[in-house]
Design a protein around this ligand. Structure first.
Ligand code: GLN
Length: 275
């Protein structure tokens, strides 16, 4: 039976946002993503609460959250987090991801979902092995992948947007912008879908033009920025997925006035219009 679409009315919807390692994994201002998720719920009358899942958190919390978020960090913090993640936590985390829990994992967090992260000195930090990917830092002398980045994504359910950049109309693509800063280069397994195709910048490894990865309703990406203030449609995608999973029905969020963020995106695109 075709599921009915519901527009969000004044029903008392609520969502719990789980923030993994806020003290350790938010080196590049990624906490801005939490603020966007909270605000874009609040502006629609959805009550949103944030629960911190910090070092030593109770594994049961995985069942109490509706969206998960984890930011980026330096190699040192990634090692501490890797040591903190027990086998039981990994199993529980994989289960909720398999059950479609929406999540956003930035840079070091994204790397952590894979098999391992090999540091510049050759030391290997074990990953969770949930996503079929591996990350290797090629060595201290290698270029750090830093700079503004433009990516074309094709998330199902994300409406394509038309952008005009210097009179060239770019249609039917969904363009997102952000800032990347990583030494590690990530390589996806053949069955793992990239989050998008790099139009300008480095992405996963500066070679295969892929950026990030998508697994069910989880997004891994190198885009700091933070990503959500610059691309609020991704926040709405996560919120709608969370509402659908929690209330077992499709709920279309009412549109917000995103004039400022879209204007900021256009400025970045114009600045990088050589792509
Ligand atoms: N330490 C990792 C790297 O340099 C991740 C950095 C980050 O999270 N921005 O690749």
């Amino acid at each position: 039976m075709k599921s009915k679409n519901y527009t969000l009315t004044t029903m008392p919807y609520s969502l719990t946002i789980g923030w993994l390692y806020p003290e350790l994994m938010s080196t590049y201002g990624d906490r801005g993503n939490i603020i966007v998720l909270e605000k874009r719920c609040e502006w629609r009358g959805i009550s949103a609460q944030v629960v911190n899942l910090d070092k030593g958190f109770n594994v049961k919390l995985f069942n109490d959250v509706d969206i998960l978020f984890m930011g980026g960090a330096q190699d040192l913090q990634q090692k501490i987090v890797s040591d903190d993640f027990s086998k039981e936590k990994t199993k529980a985390f994989k289960k909720v991801m398999d059950w479609g829990l929406p999540g956003l994992y930035i840079c070091g967090a994204y790397q952590f979902l894979g098999k391992y992260y090999k540091e510049a000195n050759g030391n290997v930090i074990p990953g969770l092995g949930i996503l079929d990917l591996r990350t290797e830092h090629p060595g201290e002398e290698s270029e750090r992948l830093i700079g503004n980045i433009v990516v074309e994504v094709d998330l199902v359910g994300l409406t394509p947007t038309t952008y005009e950049v210097e009179e060239r109309k770019i249609e039917e693509k969904h363009i997102i912008v952000g800032f990347e800063n990583h030494g590690g280069k990530t390589y996806l397994g053949e069955n793992l879908k990239p989050f998008g195709q790099v139009m300008k910048g480095f992405g996963n490894n500066g070679k295969d033009k892929t950026e990030g990865a998508v697994y069910k309703n989880s997004i891994g990406t190198y885009l700091h920025g933070p990503i959500l203030p610059k691309n609020p449609e991704i926040a709405d995608w996560l919120i709608e997925k969370a509402l659908e999973r929690k209330y077992k029905k499709k709920i279309k969020l009412k549109k917000l006035d995103d004039f400022l963020s879209q204007k900021a995106k256009k400025v970045v695109l114009q600045k990088m219009s050589s792509y």
